[in-house]
Design a protein around this ligand. Structure first.
Ligand code: ZN
Length: 349
């Protein structure tokens, strides 16, 4: 048994799992998303380059990745700090901050935010999608990658002594690249060594989540301690969803607050509305998966903050929970989704 066993590791140190409270399992508090800039449609260049302003907010909601400024969440620390205070007031306890290598992870900033606000923050170890892998990362063996991840959890990351408490979000493209496969295998090896939680960002294809689970399983990963993120933009057929659910990972609906018509990264995707997300959660609960569901907003651009007319980090607690309760999900089931499931996932074995 390691010193981590039975505990949750936050940026301020180890805590008891019962201290977590309501938990958003997939958010970002400071990051850059320049890796995924998407050029504006012809005719939209002017609005794309304009500073963010009220009259452009609807455009930004539809085209969040075509404004450079919008991708710089790291410029908004004081707005984020305010929102975290609001999150606590709304009954929030913990945020899992999924920013990994490749997205400008800033652990000292996370530590300061946790101190300032009293929100428990769990930081992520490992690597985002291939497009952000450095040459050095691409050359590493599975063993070396696993060593880096283990060090980030046991000793600290980015040259600090601030420790990560979860592996991920581990980024995968579609098709999954060779470098991403090595990172997935390294993730499974590190998880075997540490008994820690893992969280995955799948590529945008309905077959991606199952393919990733197979790679992790073959490398010895513990799927029962693994969250599959972004299912709201990945699996749409309810039969396919139930098939995937039976593989045993946590099922994450983490784009609450995001409603758009044309999803730039995959135009075949019909991004669901929040009402449709709640409906899917109700179906999963009805099929017996209430112990597998976790939810979040995945805030990763400026326009998602309330400062810019967005939904912020408290939207689920303020607006989605009442909707869940009115659509056949009981209070006890809501508590599992917001408290019990994240707690079980985040506790080291
Ligand atoms: Zn994310």
């Amino acid at each position: 048994m390691s010193a981590l066993s039975g505990k949750v590791q936050t940026v301020l140190g180890l805590i008891e799992p019962d201290q977590l409270g309501r938990t958003m399992t997939h958010e970002h508090l400071t990051m850059t998303f320049e890796c995924c800039y998407f050029p504006p449609a012809p005719g939209d260049e002017t609005v794309a380059q304009a500073p963010i302003q009220m009259k452009n907010l609807f455009w930004l909601k539809q085209n969040p990745y075509s404004s450079h400024e919008n991708l710089l969440l790291l410029q908004e620390i004081s707005a984020v700090r305010e929102e975290l205070h609001e999150y606590r007031t709304a009954g929030g306890g913990t945020i899992v901050e999924n920013t990994t290598q490749g997205l400008s992870r800033d652990l000292p900033c996370l530590k300061q935010l946790a101190k300032d606000t009293g929100v428990h923050i769990v930081a992520g170890a490992g690597y985002y999608v291939d497009a952000t892998h450095s040459d050095a990362t691409r050359k590493m063996t599975v063993e070396k990658l696993s060593d880096v991840i283990v060090t980030e959890i046991l000793h600290g990351a980015d040259g600090t002594d601030i420790r990560c408490g979860v592996i991920g979000e581990i980024g995968c493209s579609w098709p999954i690249t060779e470098s991403e496969k090595r990172v997935l295998r390294a993730t499974a090896h590190a998880q075997t060594e540490l008994g820690c939680p893992v969280i995955i960002h799948p590529g945008r294809n309905p077959g991606a989540p199952a393919e990733i689970v197979r790679i992790l399983q073959e490398a010895g990963g513990d799927i029962s301690k693994t969250v599959m993120s972004h299912l709201d933009r990945t699996i749409f057929d309810i039969g396919e969803l139930m098939d995937f659910a039976s593989m045993g990972s946590y099922l994450e609906y983490d784009l609450f607050g995001t409603e758009m018509l044309n999803y730039a990264y995959n135009l075949e995707v019909d991004m669901p509305s929040d009402s449709q997300r709640v409906k899917t959660l109700a179906s999963l609960v009805q099929e017996g998966y209430e112990d597998s569901i976790v939810i979040a907003h995945d805030v990763h651009t400026k326009n998602r903050l309330t400062k810019y007319g967005g939904h912020g980090y408290s939207h689920i607690l303020k607006n989605i929970v009442p909707k869940m309760l009115s659509r056949g999900i009981s209070q006890a089931q809501v508590d599992k989704i917001l408290i019990g499931n994240p707690k079980r996932w985040l506790t080291f074995k």
